[in-house]
Design a protein around this ligand. Structure first.
Ligand code: NAX
Length: 329
């Protein structure tokens, strides 16, 4: 079997970190051949072409073909997995509305090109920010492709949330489970430890012995640390998260294709679950079953958690309404 994977923004930083891991089998395993389509804008073609040359020099046995293009119809032709990484960053003096509009101008046409050219069961993962709203725009422009096929990456936030708990509890990170992210991939996101466990024991109980006042620690230390981790990386590294973002993208897509054995987080289309208005792409606790994301339902949500979910969802509504008011949705 060969899977065709399209990476937009393939000449950028995250693209560069993704390509070699995909070619090495880190996404689909050691038996699945891959065909890569690197979609860029004209200014990014050189970097993508250079990456394609290096992919050749990697002599990857799983890599069947690499194509570099700036034509979305070619880029999404026969695409099974679309990783929409390329986006317009916020430039100097750019207002939020300008940013949303500029990205609508990218993700709308890409959604249409996916509908026209990709394989019928295409799975789309939006990484480029603002990821949730970009995914919504792409989905709205992709006539005939079910909305469930469009997702936004919030797995990096979840990985950060689990890693911070692991560090505080001095526990191996893979013993920490069920730490969903709710809402938007932004500073309003809500990393939720209410149902989390460490080696099967409630995380809140384990935290109690270490941090003392758990609610204050969550509010003042943990949630801001997770939500602002991207800014922390920029401050320390001098550049935004790249390898960890690529790693989380692979986690997201791998789980979507191969399934999960426990909850994870993804930005998926709401049908009104947990009071999140239908038609928004919001992060939820999810399971991947038979190749489809399912929102974990029936969880108890405290008033404290409710307020945080509502605040992040309010931001998603604002973003959607801003794009709508520009006639772009
Ligand atoms: P770079 O600026 O290094 O790369 C972006 C690339 O996209 C450039 O090569 C550019 O030419 C290309 N591009 C722009 N418009 C395009 C279009 N219409 N079609 C195809 N390619 C296009 O950024 P990088 O560090 O790779 O980050 C990419 C995106 O990921 C950004 O929007 C960033 O904000 C977002 N992130 C999202 C994260 C998440 O968890 N959802 C975390 C990491 C990252 O911040």
């Amino acid at each position: 079997m060969t899977t065709t994977i399209t990476i937009t923004g393939a000449g950028g930083q995250i693209g560069y970190a993704l390509l070699f891991r995909i070619a090495a089998g880190d996404l689909l395993g050691p038996d699945e051949k891959v065909r890569l389509r690197l979609l860029e804008i004209p200014q990014g073609l050189g970097a993508a072409e250079g990456a394609a040359l290096e992919l050749q020099d990697g002599a990857f046995g799983l890599l069947e073909h690499v194509e570099v293009t700036d034509d979305p119809a070619v880029g999404f032709d026969g695409c099974d997995l679309a990783l929409l990484v390329g986006a317009r960053p916020r430039g100097p003096g750019m207002e939020r509305g300008d940013l949303l509009a500029a990205n609508a101008g990218i993700f709308g046409p890409q959604g249409a090109a996916i509908a026209a050219n990709a394989s019928p069961d295409v799975r789309v993962t939006v990484v480029g920010n603002p990821a949730n709203t970009n995914a919504l725009i792409a989905s709205a422009s992709a006539d005939g492709v079910p909305a469930e096929r469009f997702t936004a990456l919030t797995r990096l936030d979840e990985n950060r949330a689990r890693a911070q708990l692991a560090q505080t509890l001095a526990a191996p990170v893979d013993t920490i489970r069920r730490v969903p992210i709710w809402g938007n991939h932004s500073a309003t996101q809500f990393p939720d430890v209410s149902h989390a466990t460490v080696a099967g024991r409630p995380v809140t109980e384990a935290l109690d012995a270490i941090v003392g006042d758990v609610p204050s620690w969550l509010t003042d230390t943990y949630i801001p640390r997770v939500a602002k981790r991207g800014a922390e990386i920029i401050a320390v590294r001098g550049s935004s998260s790249v390898a960890s973002a690529a790693n989380a993208t692979l986690d997201h897509v791998r789980d979507w294709v191969h399934g999960t054995d426990d909850w994870t987080s993804a930005g998926v289309m709401s049908h009104g679950e947990y009071g999140v208005p239908a038609g928004l792409i919001s992060s939820f606790p999810v399971l991947s079953v038979d190749g489809e994301w399912q929102i974990v339902e029936g969880l108890e949500v405290s008033d404290w958690a409710r307020a945080r979910i509502d605040a992040s969802v309010a931001e998603l509504i604002e973003e959607r309404d801003a794009v709508r008011s520009l006639g772009l949705l």
